[in-house]
Write a protein that binds this ligand. Structure first.
Ligand code: 1HN
Length: 353
């Protein structure tokens, strides 16, 4: 098979010249021969141009700070540097299906309110006390927090702290766009009205209790900030009594407390603790996955590549590429992928090697 065209091996290439007139005449009627593209459309195994990649935060950060000197949040709407997969330049993709970017907001700045069909996750990298407001409620964000903006909810951000705030934005707009389902609206005001006290969502749904008179219609978790303080404590407590998983260390998934399913309908999210000296076994899965290093140092072998990572680094494991983690210190990794979609469609495959 020709890797680029997907032409079938059974097709006689010498005979193809004699068919070119037919291809032209059929093409004029917007008809094309499947046998020239079939194996590129339906591949034996996952084929993606997405490659393993690693962004060292020490090398990324100066560019974020330079962007702050060059453009305001007002002008940019969102001051984000896109993490472009090197195999997919210009596509605003970190995996085949997902977006990742690093957003920076300076003290006193506001990122104006808007809403869109794409869902977003924020994973806080550095800084303290910037807020995001989602559907009428504010939450202040701290490093390691996992924050959700559900589809079509108004959201604006502001930095009321004293230092630049940086977070990773993960979005599913490529999935939304694939389906032709994109909508976006700017808010008539610069920021939305705040209608609920800070902490309301956590009180309603974050304590293993749900109000008896609440009806849940959204496929997204009602918790929109999963604070690192609580996540970290859960992982460390778990690690004291529970056997370590040979592939993942101590790995937990973020759940929607209403359904027990993923916190978001499209993007699956996890946090894992790799105890000091952990030497993981390799595994692979069909969901290309983005990792953010929260704490500690370690190494991940991704296909043939070796990534030696440190706090705030980001790396990506493409679909079906084996990955194997090891940790020098107690290390904590956040990750997200399109697994929530793949599971719903019955497409997910995973191999523990
Ligand atoms: C967006 O709305 C945000 O709201 C961040 O902070 C990144 C990347 C692409 C499209 C929309 C935000 C985004 C985005």
């Amino acid at each position: 098979m020709d890797q680029d065209t997907g032409i079938l091996p059974s097709v006689d290439l010498a005979a193809e010249a004699g068919r070119s007139g037919f291809y032209q005449r059929a093409g004029a009627q917007h008809l094309a021969p499947l046998w020239r593209v079939l194996h590129g459309l339906v591949t034996d195994e996952p084929v993606t141009r997405c490659v393993p990649a690693h962004w060292r935060y020490a090398q990324v950060r100066p560019h974020l700070m330079e962007a702050c000197r060059l453009i305001s949040t007002e002008e940019a709407e969102r001051r984000v540097l896109v993490l472009e997969n090197p195999g997919l330049p210009g596509a605003s993709r970190i995996t085949q299906s997902l977006f990742a970017g690093l957003q920076v907001i300076l003290p006193g700045e506001v990122a104006p309110a808007h809403r869109h069909a794409a869902s977003a996750l924020r994973f806080i990298v550095e800084g303290r006390d910037a807020y995001t407001a989602v559907a009428g409620e504010k939450t202040r964000m701290q490093p390691g927090d996992f924050v959700i903006t559900p589809s079509m909810t108004w959201h604006d951000h502001g930095n009321e702290g004293s230092a630049p705030m940086v977070w990773l934005d993960g979005l599913d707009m490529h999935i939304v766009n694939l389906l032709g389902a994109s909508f976006r609206e700017g808010h008539p005001g610069r920021v939305q009205a705040i209608e609920r006290p800070e902490g309301a969502a956590m009180a309603e749904a974050g304590c293993n209790l749900l109000p008896v008179d609440q009806v849940y219609g959204s496929p997204t978790s009602p918790i929109f900030n999963y604070p690192y303080e609580r996540t970290r404590e859960a992982l460390h407590r778990l690690s004291r009594f529970r056997a370590v998983n040979a592939w993942h260390g101590h790995k937990m998934r973020y759940v929607n407390p209403v359904t027990g399913g993923w916190a978001m309908p499209t993007m699956a999210t996890w946090m894992q603790l790799l105890p000091r000296g952990f030497e993981g076994r390799p595994c692979r899965a069909t969901d290309g996955t983005v990792f953010v290093v929260v704490e500690g140092r370690g190494t991940s072998l991704v296909g043939g590549e070796r990534f030696d990572w440190a706090p705030h680094d980001i790396f990506v494991v493409p679909s079906w590429v084996p990955v194997q983690h090891s940790a020098q210190d107690d290390a904590v990794l956040f990750s997200y992928s399109d697994r929530a979609v793949q599971e719903k469609l019955g497409l997910l495959r995973e191999e523990m090697l």
